[in-house]
Design a protein around this ligand. Structure first.
Ligand code: CP
Length: 332
């Protein structure tokens, strides 16, 4: 049985297969290929796009999606093995995964990290615990990576560029008033490097480097695919000649769980917001972001309303790639 927890363990060829299927599904969106099938979508954190696109995608393929919000409209869940459950959680993931596996053919989970201890969160234990106890395939709807967003990003790039090999992809840290999850940034590194792009990680200073497991994977994938990976703290150099500017804000990992201390760094970097002036340095580059996005904080109105902004394409493509993932995992 295959899960979709991270693209790290999916080959370029397998990912290409998913993207090719997604392109076909985009042309022919309503089918009956998942008639009688169901997916449980467990959200431990808010969502607009992920929830809508999975629910709608399942319906468009003839199946049913059940949305559960543990701790809100479903019992709170404990994920730690061996926990003495005297806290708020009423049941353990062992039973939740077992029961949902009896009811449904697939299980999706969104479980953001706890933002207390990165050495723990970086192990992605919550979704791995679900996958361990489930007897049906599990899909990651965002933990410390966001593989569905990765596929939507790469589909959008392929639609615009065709071959993405050695296109300059700039992943830029951007301003936000508080430290956010690194998941989408980690994922952008993984997919752009796996597809042979020339990847620049632009961040304000060394404290904003991404976890070594993702940076080293990006180096390895770049070597394998004939692309490149570099880190820059120079805005002008990074934007210069870019084919794609992909923005995300995230917290500085050395200050993980200490937002007040992190603020002393963060407050200096409002100028990392994506603006038309910066985009003018690119080679007629595209701009995207996973959304949600605070306008005139992460990117200016001018960027968001420009011809080169492809955020809506990427959001739409979530629908198509996730349908491809569900079909693939069920072997249909
Ligand atoms: N990009 C994304 O996952 O959006 P939501 O948080 O709204 O699901």
């Amino acid at each position: 049985m295959r899960n979709f927890l991270s693209t790290i363990d999916w080959s370029r060829e397998q990912l290409d297969g998913l993207l090719s299927l997604a392109m076909d599904l985009k042309q022919d969106p309503v089918q009956e290929r998942l008639k009688g099938k169901s997916i449980a979508l467990m959200f431990l954190n808010p969502s607009m796009r992920t929830r809508t696109s999975f629910d709608l995608g399942m319906q468009q393929l003839g199946g049913i999606a059940i949305v559960l919000q543990p701790g809100k409209d479903a019992w709170g869940v404990e994920f730690d093995p061996g926990a003495v459950m005297e806290g708020d959680a009423e049941e353990h993931i062992a039973e939740v995964a077992g029961v949902l596996s009896r009811y449904c053919d697939l299980i999706g989970l969104r479980a953001f990290p706890q933002f207390k201890d990165w050495s723990n969160d970086r192990q992605d234990k919550v979704i791995r615990s679900l996958a361990q106890h489930a007897s049906v395939p599990v899909i990651n709807m965002e933990t410390i990576v966001h593989p569905c967003q990765e596929l939507a990003l790469m589909m959008t790039l392929k639609e615009r560029f065709g071959d993405v090999q050695n296109r300059k992809f700039v992943l830029t840290w951007t301003w936000h008033p508080r430290p956010l999850n690194t998941a989408v940034a980690n994922s952008a590194l993984l997919i752009a490097s796996k597809f042979g792009m020339d990847v620049t990680l632009l961040c304000p200073e060394e404290a904003y480097r991404l976890d070594s497991q993702f940076e080293s994977a990006a180096t390895r994938f770049s070597d394998q695919a004939g692309g490149s990976f570099q880190v820059s703290h120079d805005i002008e150099e990074a934007y210069s000649g870019a084919d794609m500017v992909y923005a995300k804000s995230w917290g500085a990992l050395p200050y993980y769980g200490r937002p007040d201390e992190e603020w002393e760094l963060r407050k200096n970097y409002r100028h990392f917001m994506v603006t038309e002036d910066k985009m003018a340095l690119t080679d007629n580059g595209l701009f995207s972001h996973c959304l949600p996005l605070r306008r005139n904080v992460k990117a200016s109105d001018g960027v968001m309303d420009s011809e080169y902004c492809v955020v809506l394409d990427e959001a739409e493509n979530r629908l198509h790639v996730q349908k491809a993932v569900m079909l693939n995992l069920l072997g249909l």
